[in-house]
Structures are given as structure tokens and as C-alpha cells.
Write a protein that binds this ligand. Structure first.
Ligand SMILES: [Zn+2]
Length: 160
């Protein structure tokens, strides 16, 4: 078996085809630049811009959606979420203004309200949820909330 090689159009080095990313559109099904050059490009300003533009495009969005449904992605994400790096990034993000804004906006949105209502309904059916509700109803704050709700309902009744 002969090992096929080709020259990278960027760095000019002759390398085995395994050093080139796959590209179904090209003749030899490999990209013209080698993986190392591809990584360099991805890190560059131009590369980042091109990637951002691609991700915003219809094609890019479809590719991302397809990838996010794949088993590979789910596995990768599950693995990533176990790492310290993710936990740190998540904690940092949760404290950021951007996250607060996104969360607040989402909570106000129709979808956000639906998701929340569903989650609460589901939680209330669990043992833990029932206990929390019971504990809350006995607590001072819970009594106040309940009283406020009753008052509000009464007011609405009186109005009609
Ligand atoms: Zn190269």
C-alpha cells in the first residue's frame, strides 16, 4: 500500500493525506491546507471572522443544528461538563451581566414562561417538590405570599 501524500498549499510541506481535513467537495476529498495550517487559520483574526460569518449563515446554522443532534456532540458535551474548566466557565458566566440579561429576557419570553411553568409543575409532582411546597406553605414568607394571592384573587372577583 502506498501512502498518499500531497503538498499543503499554505506551508508547502508534503504530508500524508491523514494530515489533511476531509472535504467532500474537493477532488481528493481533502482540504488544500493541512490540519496544522487549518488550526493556525482558525486562531487568526481572518479565520475567526470567517467562522463567525459561516455560523451566521443559513448553511452554518444548519450544520451546527445537525451537529448538536449528533451522538458525538452529546458525548463531547457530557464529557466537557464534567471538567473543572466548564464548571469554572459556567460559574463565571452565571455572575456576568450578559448571563443575567439573557436569563431575564428568557424568563419574560413566552417560551421561557412555558418552560418554567412546565418545570414547576413537574417539580411539584416529585417527592422533593411536595416537601418543598409544604415547607414553604408553613414558612412565614409562604404565608405572606399565599395571603397576597388570596387578596389578589378576591380583588379580581370583586371587580367582575
Ligand atoms: Zn500546512
Amino acid at each position: 500500500m502506498t501512502k498518499q501524500t500531497k503538498a499543503c498549499t499554505k506551508c508547502g510541506k508534503k504530508q500524508p493525506l491523514s494530515e489533511f481535513s476531509r472535504d467532500a467537495r474537493s477532488k481528493d476529498h481533502c482540504q488544500s491546507a493541512c490540519k496544522a495550517c487549518g488550526r493556525e487559520y482558525a486562531k487568526s483574526e481572518n479565520g475567526k471572522k470567517a467562522m463567525a460569518k459561516y455560523l451566521e449563515s443559513e448553511k452554518g446554522r444548519k450544520a451546527v443544528a445537525r451537529y448538536q443532534k449528533s451522538e458525538k456532540f452529546k458525548k463531547t458535551r457530557a464529557e466537557y461538563r464534567k471538567t473543572e474548566k466548564y464548571k469554572k466557565a459556567q460559574a463565571k458566566h452565571a455572575k456576568s451581566e450578559k448571563c443575567k440579561k439573557t436569563t431575564a429576557e428568557y424568563a419574560k419570553s413566552k417560551k421561557g414562561k412555558q418552560v418554567r411553568a412546565k418545570a414547576i409543575a413537574k417539580y411539584r409532582k416529585t417527592e422533593k417538590g411536595k416537601q418543598t411546597m409544604a415547607r414553604y406553605a408553613r414558612a412565614e414568607r409562604g404565608k405572606q405570599t399565599m395571603a397576597r394571592h388570596r387578596k389578589k384573587r378576591k380583588m379580581q372577583k370583586d371587580q367582575t
